[in-house]
Design a protein around this ligand. Structure first.
Ligand code: NAP
Ligand code: MG
Length: 494
């Protein structure tokens, strides 16, 4: 078994930006220290990009697109490159997982077993579907040939968060690249290294120079410059609702580029009295704590029928106690550290507001958790709040930490009202053995994803994304490829 702490000492971290197939110095002069939240130590330093870096990356991507070095390949050839990339990701999975774990604090075991597996699967899946998507030719008449073809849009900017840094990146790069586009990727400030390493593997796999460029930098500088750029055709974004709306504004203020926003959530888990209560309670608690609760789809609101709330709560509390945070490099850590001190303060602030608003803490605390070996780490224990009522701040706002709110209801109708009572609409789950109730609730809940008697299930064949304030982009599945293509009609009179 890997000794992760020893491996961390010898980990090699890229120091430059990846542009036009090689490592280059940034124009930007701000040097950023990447901090490992497991202990607060500085992991490394990297120069942040500025507007000139964005201009260079976009020009490079444009040149690569226009000379058709990638878009001009046959789909099967592009697919082969993606499949080779997936193999390299698997071969380098331990290094990538360790890099993620150090950058953002998730347990290295989860980074390897869950995230890196998902990343390789995603890239392989798009590699496999590359040449299996026929265009259309409707039977328009005996004297015409009508063609509906999909063309790559051009230059795609991908701006991603830190919580599943490589999964989110793969969800953007797989479909945009397989369609033939060129890409400029801006990783989150906290997670530049894993993104650069992933992109380096794409080059090794045979992706032509200039097709994928990475510009680490601050959101309000690099992200904004991409959003406002007149030569970017599409922005694909995962992150907060505020920044998602900023991208829609940038588009309106520049060239009207397409923006695909994948935003936050406040997902409800509706537990009806006839459900398998232990499974429902444990999965809901797990779903709100997993990945330190830094999960857009986290089941952060447990909406429980009054008849069964006591029993459900007991199981949820047991789950919380089994998920105490530990050093993410500890092979058995169920939870790691939050991404940063600043984020820890935000999450604790949400818990304190909840208490001020009348909620009661039954597991967890308003204070940080201390993991013995690392007093400088940003840890928090899984926290369960009862007495939460619709409209409270904790019930409405995305926490993005391991905090579960329990809301008691008296009927299926009330549960649906509560579930739909936030600005968000990413995901929901419903727990019942009644087939009719399962269908009624699934239809009535306004969310992009509904899980029945399960949580967070799915695979590459199904889309992931939300409605309402959670945005309208869809990642994964063949549908995601369409986001990065233009439909062309060709009408030929014979
Ligand atoms: P964030 O603050 O919105 O940042 C996301 C990305 O946008 C980062 O690369 C960030 O750069 C950049 N950015 C920040 N301000 C910007 C600006 N003014 N203009 C352009 N770009 C800007 O989100 P986060 O805190 O990293 O991630 C958490 C959020 O992502 C949560 O709301 C979560 O629910 C959501 N999320 C959604 C999904 C989904 O599939 N729907 C999946 C995962 C996460 P910096 O890092 O430099 O700030
Ligand atoms: Mg941020």
């Amino acid at each position: 078994m890997t000794n992760w702490i020893e491996s961390a000492d010898s980990l090699v971290l890229p120091a430059k930006h990846l542009i036009d197939g090689g490592w280059v110095d940034a124009f930007g002069e701000e040097i950023f220290s990447v901090v490992a939240p497991r202990d607060g130590s500085v992991l490394g330093q990297i120069a942040l990009g500025n507007e000139r870096d964005v201009d260079r990356a976009v020009a490079t991507a444009r040149a690569a697109f226009e000379d058709r070095r990638w878009s001009g390949l046959r789909p099967a050839q592009r697919g082969a490159v993606l499949r080779r990339w997936a193999e390299l990701i698997q071969e380098n999975a331990a290094d990538l997982a360790l890099t993620i774990s150090l950058e953002m604090g998730k347990p290295v075991r989860e980074a390897l077993g869950v995230e890196l597996r998902a990343v390789a699967n995603c890239i392989r899946w798009y590699g496999e579907i590359a040449d299996k998507r026929p265009d259309e030719s409707p039977a328009a008449g005996d004297d015409v040939v009508a063609l509906i073809t999909r063309e790559p849009a051009g230059v795609v900017a991908a701006v991603v968060p830190w919580n599943f840094p490589l999964t989110m990146t793969a969800w953007k790069l797989g479909p945009s690249l397989v369609a033939g586009n060129s890409v400029v990727l801006k990783p989150a400030e906290q997670t530049p290294y894993s993104a650069l390493k992933l992109a380096e593997l794409a080059l090794q796999a045979g992706l032509p120079d200039g097709v994928l460029n990475v510009v680490p930098g601050r959101g309000h500088i690099v992200g904004k410059a991409l959003g406002l750029h007149h030569d970017v055709d599409i922005v694909t974004f995962t992150g907060s609702p505020e920044v998602g709306r900023a991208f829609l504004r940038y588009s309106g203020e520049s060239n009207g580029k397409r923006v695909w926003p994948e935003l936050g959530g406040k997902s409800a888990s509706i537990i009806l009295p006839d459900a398998d209560l232990e499974k429902a309670a444990r999965m809901t608690a797990w779903g709100s704590f997993y990945n330190q609760g830094e999960m857009c789809s986290a089941s952060s609101r447990m909406v429980v029928h009054r008849d069964v709330v006591d029993e459900v709560l007991e199981h949820a509390r047991a789950q919380a106690r089994e998920m105490a945070p530990a050093d993410p490099l500890d092979q058995d850590a169920p939870l790691g550290s939050l991404v940063s001190e600043a984020h820890l303060e935000r999450v604790l602030g949400h818990v304190r507001n909840a208490v001020a608003d009348g909620a009661e803490i039954v597991e967890g605390s308003t204070e940080r958790a201390v993991v013995d070996a690392h007093p400088g780490g940003s840890y928090i224990a899984p926290t369960i709040l009862t007495g939460v009522t619709p409209g409270m701040r904790i019930e409405q706002q995305e926490v993005f930490g391991p905090v579960l709110s329990v809301i008691t209801v008296d009927s299926e109708e009330e549960a649906i009202r509560v579930a739909n009572g936030t600005e968000y609409g990413l995901a929901a789950s419903v727990w019942t053995r009644d087939l009719g109730a399962a269908h009624r609730v699934s239809r009535a809940v306004k969310a992009g994803i509904v899980w029945v008697n399960c949580f967070e299930e799915g695979d590459m064949s199904v889309p992931f994304g939300g409605v309402k304030g959670s945005g309208f982009g869809r990642d994964k599945s063949a549908h995601a490829i369409d986001k990065f293509t233009d439909l062309k009609t060709t009408w030929i009179e014979l």
